[in-house]
Design a protein around this ligand. Structure first.
Ligand SMILES: C[S@@+](CC[C@H](N)C(=O)[O-])C[C@H]1O[C@@H](n2cnc3c(N)ncnc32)[C@H](O)[C@@H]1O
Length: 215
């Protein structure tokens, strides 16, 4: 079972003065020395579970072997190891992130031969690949921004896109904002008009909903 550090909820400990999403990641980087990877994941176990679920949903219709993958908001590129186990070649992986510190760690983790690009998903260039995944990326955005990020990534996806969002749980202080985010996700899915949609709840504290869409 994934548990938060003592006293922490997903909103506690965020930088109250943050004005842009990247400020939150800088804050995590500075202050959460005890987190396994300082990306906002409370445990390695939680991160691994998300990876396994996303990969399972993507592979429900399309084996990953031989496909190109964009790991959008890749953080430390921890997902690459799991993708390689499923037959994705290193040269077919692109990790993007707007946070330079995350990319520096990613480079150390996976090596200089792997394509890692600094870009802002909101207004930067998005690589075109067979599969796009956004795991834990859209936590600090307005509903409109979530809609924009999803639409841009979907437009650059040939086959399958998988993403996580927070559950709309009344226990969270940001409940109303999250409800609006879910409406934006629904609007995105309606416009994307996927041929198949997988949706699952991870059912654990601090975990998310995972949506996977197929073209
Ligand atoms: C919680 S971490 C997850 C990292 C990785 N996906 C994982 O599951 O380990 C979220 C990452 O998304 C990145 N991110 C958030 N918004 C972004 C944006 N607009 N453009 C690029 N990267 C972004 C952050 O810098 C951070 O590294």
């Amino acid at each position: 079972m994934e548990t938060a550090p003592p006293g922490a909820s997903w909103s506690e400990g965020l930088d109250e003065t943050a004005v842009r999403p990247i400020d939150h990641y800088r804050f995590f980087d500075r202050n959460y020395k005890s987190l396994p990877n300082k990306l906002g994941w409370w445990t390695q176990e939680g991160q691994d579970k998300r990876f396994a679920m996303v990969i399972q949903d993507v592979e429900a219709r399309t084996p990953l072997r031989g496909l190109t993958v964009h790991d959008a908001g890749c953080g430390h590129a921890s997902l690459l190891k799991c993708l390689e186990e499923r037959g994705v070649r290193r040269e077919d992986y692109t990790g993007t992130d707007f946070f330079e510190n995350a990319l520096a760690i990613a480079r150390r983790n996976v090596g200089a031969d792997v394509r890692l690009v600094q870009t802002d998903l909101l207004n930067g260039e998005i690589p075109t690949t067979d599969v796009t995944v956004l795991i834990g990326v859209m936590a600090f955005y307005t509903p409109e921004e979530v809609f924009t990020i999803l639409s841009k990534c979907w437009a650059n996806t040939n086959k399958t896109m998988s993403f996580t969002v927070w559950p709309a749980d009344p226990a969270y202080p940001q409940y109303l904002t999250i409800v609006d985010t879910h409406k934006a996700v629904e609007r995105f899915i309606a416009e994307a008009n996927p041929t198949f949609l997988a949706r699952r709840e991870t059912m654990e504290k601090h975990m998310d909903l995972i949506f996977t869409l197929y073209k």
